[in-house]
Every structure is written in structure tokens, then in C-alpha cells.
Design a protein around this ligand. Sequence first.
Ligand code: C5P
Length: 216
Amino acid sequence: MKLLINAGPTRESIDPVRFLTNRSTGKMGYALAAAAVEAGHEVTLVSGPVALVPPRGLAAFVQVETAAEMAEAMKQAFPDAEVTILCAAVADYCPKNYSASKLKKQEGDLSIELERTEDIALSLGKMKRPDQILAGFAAETEDIEQNALKKLRMKNFDWIAANQVGVPDSGFASDTNRLKLYSAAGEVIDLGTGKKTELARTVIRVFSAKSASEKK
Ligand code: C5P
């Protein structure tokens, strides 16, 4: 089966030396890619800048930096994918104006105007064919279930994996995660807390099994 996965943060440049980013390390997305390769799938991994070594055996590895580059790479690869998992922490905003020269410090405060980036999930949700599975992640600090289900509907996902960030043993940088899967069909699968590498195997099994049984 052909899988497309994105992972890691994006970097939105302010000037040649500064950028906006987030705490994503790419661990969960890379674990998903490794688990999918291990399960015998043909995997394309689109990655923002991370300090991880890509798993062996990928069909394609695309490195990007900005949300715009990630959107481009994902939209290009999406039509060919049977299952797509969006695990990247795409920046929601980028600087409206890039300064080609380094901004000088001045007296007083500085404001930087930000504009919305493309919501890749939303774009892919609109492109999605009935034979494709689209799954996303929702990193939440509160009202996890409610927010996850709202995103599932809004972005036309078939599955959403919700995890809590800002607590020990779950979320960014941690080797473990607490995950609950919700499907558009109303299924709820609580995977509890586990190592990202182990959770990844289950997630791949669930998403690819559903794809094979329901959509063919
Ligand atoms: O809305 P929120 O960012 O919390 O939704 C999370 C899901 O949407 C993740 O799967 C993430 O990869 C995806 N996303 C995206 N493009 C964005 C923001 C989020 O694909 N600009």
C-alpha cells in the first residue's frame, strides 16, 4: 500500500538569520514512517527540519523548510497515496514580509506582522477521492475530544489521532505519547500511553486495515 506521511515542524523566516518555529521534533511522524516501512508499505516521508535520521527503506524522502514548501510537496504526492497521515506541526502563521537583510535592533518594541499559512490538511481534505484515507493528528492542551472531532469534520479526515501536549509522557519531544483515535464513522480506539515507536505500529495497522476493508 502507498503511504504518505509528513512530520516535524516548519520554519518561517523573518530575515536571513531568524525564523519562527515550534517544539515538534518529528519523533511521532518518523516512528509512523518506520512502522509503515516495517509493515511492507511503500512510504513517502515529507519532513520539516528535524535532528532525526530518516528510516531505511523509504520510497521517497522529501525535505522541506517552510509551510508553503510542505504544502507544495504534499499536494504533489497526495494523488498517488492510498493512506496519508498528517503528523507535521505546520506553522499556522508566517511573517507577512521577509526582510532580505538582517533586521537591526532599535530602541523600543518591534512588531512583526504575520499572515496565515495554507492549511495543508484542509487543502488535501478537499482534494481527497473516495478511495483515499486521510488522517491527521490533533495536539491539544484542553477539551481534547471535542477539539479533535471538530478538526476531523472540518478537514474532512477519515481518522484523527488526538494527543495531549503540555503534560508529562505525551506530546512534543517525549519518547512516549498518549493517543486516542477517532474515526469519521464514530469509532473510538484508546491506545493509552506508550512508546511512540509502538503506538506507531498500531496506528499504521488500524489506518491501513480500514483502508483495505472499507474503501475497496
Ligand atoms: O488545526 P490544527 O493545526 O490543530 O490541526 C492539526 C492537523 O492539521 C495536523 O494533522 C496537522 O498536520 C494539520 N495541519 C496542516 N496544515 C496547517 C496546520 C495544521 O496540515 N497549516
